[in-house]
Design a protein around this ligand. Structure first.
Ligand code: GUN
Length: 286
């Protein structure tokens, strides 16, 4: 049977260590590392995500400030808020929850965040640092994927990895992190020819396509490690809703190990956001 790589357990361990490090920082600097979370509009999923991020900040002793704006918020208003947060010495991390309403240019907003406070790792400076392997803040979901993968496979040099999905948030950064560790990386997209065959060659599959059950058992080489980043809402034949990944989990018993959905990459994303907030605070104070 394939081993289950528990993101829930790994994230809990990470958070326990973080709580100690956050307490040390707070004692040394007389203030807690603090995250400003910006929520614009009333997208229900975004509200839930921001609420969870704030709750988890509290758990490890990080400060948090939530800034809420209505769906009619202008780009100028949002840019003015970012400018204030950039200059506020009590704020160490800034997160603007995406998506933003259509009247706001997301790229312009992300570009306006001080790269030192960009705890999502979406600013072009941090994207550039990641692509050149020169530090910077690393996007949270890709960082969580790498931690889970390396808990199972500490030595990645020479491994062949297939990444399904080329998004800026997951596919591209995870591919860069794998490259940096010495993997031979194939990044696939919706136009890729013969995706199943490419997967069959892979020691590692990172599935981030956003399509329920896309990766089937016969796409998986025996002994491969599977990181499933998909979060897909489905309604079963019984009419009940649920969340499934991009991998057909019941068909991959011959893999070495896999991350479940839920309970895999998901919990790691928030833990890595908290880690980035502490790291940003340390760098700003250094
Ligand atoms: N919306 C979906 N994923 C993310 C994320 O990782 N960060 C932010 N800020 N918004 C998101």
């Amino acid at each position: 049977m394939a081993r289950l790589i528990s993101g829930t357990a790994t994230a809990e361990r990470l958070m326990a260590g973080l709580a100690t490090d956050v307490a040390d920082f707070s004692r040394a600097h007389g203030m807690a590392p603090t995250l400003a979370a910006v929520l614009v509009g009333d997208d229900p999923a975004s509200r839930i995500y921001v609420r969870r991020k704030i709750e988890q900040c509290r758990k490890v002793g990080l400060g948090s400030i939530e800034h809420r704006h209505g769906a009619d918020c202008s780009e100028a208003e949002l840019l003015a808020l970012i400018d204030r947060l950039n200059r506020d010495p009590k704020v160490h991390g800034i997160l603007v929850q995406l998506p933003l309403p259509p009247q706001i240019d997301s790229a312009k907003v992300l570009d306006a965040i001080d790269p030192m406070k960009d705890v999502d790792g979406f600013h072009p400076v941090n994207v550039g640092r990641l692509s050149t392997g020169t530090g910077g803040l690393i996007p949270c979901t890709p960082m969580g994927c790498m931690m889970l993968l390396q808990s199972e496979l500490p030595e990645l040099r020479g491994k062949s990895a297939v990444v399904i999905g080329k998004s800026n948030i997951v596919g591209k950064p995870v591919a860069l992190l794998l490259l940096e560790q010495g993997c031979t990386v194939t990044v696939c997209n919706r136009h890729t020819v013969n995706l199943p065959d490419l997967c069959r060659q892979a020691d590692i599959i990172v599935a981030a396509a956003g399509r329920a059950g896309l990766v089937r058992g016969d796409w998986v080489k025996p002994g491969a490690v599977i990181i499933d980043v998909g979060i897909n809402r489905i309604v079963g034949p019984d009419g009940k809703g649920g969340i499934v990944g991009d991998v057909t989990a019941e068909e991959i018993g011959h893999a070495a190990a896999f991350t479940p959905v839920p309970g895999g990459v998901g919990p790691m994303t928030i833990a890595c956001l908290l880690l980035n907030t502490l790291q940003a605070a340390r760098a700003l104070r250094a």
